[in-house]
Ligand binder design. Structure first.
Ligand SMILES: Nc1nc2c(ncn2[C@@H]2O[C@H](COP(=O)(O)OP(=O)(O)OP(=O)(O)O)[C@@H](O)[C@H]2O)c(=O)[nH]1
Ligand SMILES: [Mg+2]
Length: 300
């Protein structure tokens, strides 16, 4: 925009950061009022930077969901996830730092140190207060964290019960600068349709499978074809070993069928029409520790 041109709209970026599994993506989905970022009970569900765009009247807020920042990142995939989270803190107008109420870890301290010297305003979201029985304990926890980040605004909330989520949103709005919108008013996500499809399939793997398998899997969409009344999708699930492939397929193909059914139901809700989803499982021994393979799977 020409800097002399006047605008009466506000638009800016708000990063949502925190260690894995505190509820960052759940918070984003709750604010947006729809599922745009996948969630699960397992840490390290989000692997990419996901933008959730909310436009209301003359304001557009661009929320940046990030992979959980973690301290032990041995594989290329994990290092890349940390890098994405760190980069998301550059050039944003405010940060929502999500922690779990009553559980302060070394990873929280690490993120806190990064934020305490940052010029960016910080909103400290203490999530999952529905799990806290004693309110007096919560007050003591608030006192402790307020010493760690003295300039942060602290909001206890429960995304699950939708308590205080509006409060977070209101605080974010006050940090949006005068600016034209960056995205069309009806856009809510920055990624392609294919990316969204692959994430929905990956979510089911995260939720349905055990142990190392969710972390050894990645999903690639091979075909996406719209026909009247139906969408045809072909997806490849990459794993690292033959044994993992057998587990994903399951006895008589039952596990793959369940992944496919649950993903299809989500996709049919998303499209509002029938979806024909076909899944294949393939082995690529070192995809998660190989930058070339990561690139092919969508990491930049
Ligand atoms: N009890 C409770 N659980 C919650 C709340 N918010 C989120 N969760 C659960 O916490 C788990 C993790 O949520 P996510 O939104 O995937 O967490 P995340 O911070 O995005 O995790 P990563 O992507 O792995 O970094 C899921 O099982 C959510 O259902 C809450 O307010 N209360
Ligand atoms: Mg997440």
């Amino acid at each position: 925009m020409n800097p002399l041109e006047k605008t009466d709209t506000r638009c800016g970026f708000i990063a949502i950061v925190g260690r894995p599994n505190v509820g960052k993506s759940s918070l984003l989905n709750c604010i947006l009022g729809k599922k745009i970022s996948i969630t699960s009970f397992r840490p390290q569900t989000t692997r990419y930077q996901i933008l959730g765009i909310k436009t209301h009247d003359a304001t557009q807020t661009v929320y940046v969901d990030t992979p959980g920042i973690h301290l032990r990142a041995s594989k290329a995939l994990n290092r890349q996830m940390n890098k994405i989270a760190h980069q998301s803190l550059i050039d944003v107008n405010a940060v929502v730092f999500v922690v779990e109420a009553m559980k302060w870890t070394d990873e929280d301290s690490y993120i806190c140190k990064m934020l305490v010297n940052s010029p960016c305003p910080v909103i400290l979201a203490l999530n999952k207060i529905d799990l806290v029985r004693e309110k007096s304990q919560l007050l003591a926890f608030i006192e402790k964290v307020s010493k760690e980040l003295p300039n942060a605004q602290i909001i206890p909330l429960s995304v699950r019960k939708r308590q205080q989520v509006d409060e977070i949103e209101k605080l974010c709005l006050q940090y949006l600068p005068l600016s034209p919108f960056y995205f069309p008013e009806d856009q809510t996500i920055n990624h392609s349709e294919q990316f969204y499809m692959s994430e929905i399939v990956r979510e089911k793997i995260m939720r349905l499978l055990d142990k190392e398998i969710p972390y050894a899997s990645s999903v690639q969409i091979e075909k996406l074809e719209h026909q009247t009344g139906i969408v045809h999708i072909h997806a490849l699930i990459w794993v690292e070993r033959e044994g993992q492939k057998r587990v994903i397929i399951g006895e008589k193909g039952n596990m793959l069928k369940e992944i496919g059914t649950q993903a299809r139901q989500d996709l049919e809700r998303y499209y509002g029409k029938k979806v024909c989803l076909k899944l294949w499982v393939k082995v690529n021994e070192s995809w998660s520790d190989n930058m070339h393979a990561l690139h092919a799977l969508g990491f930049e």
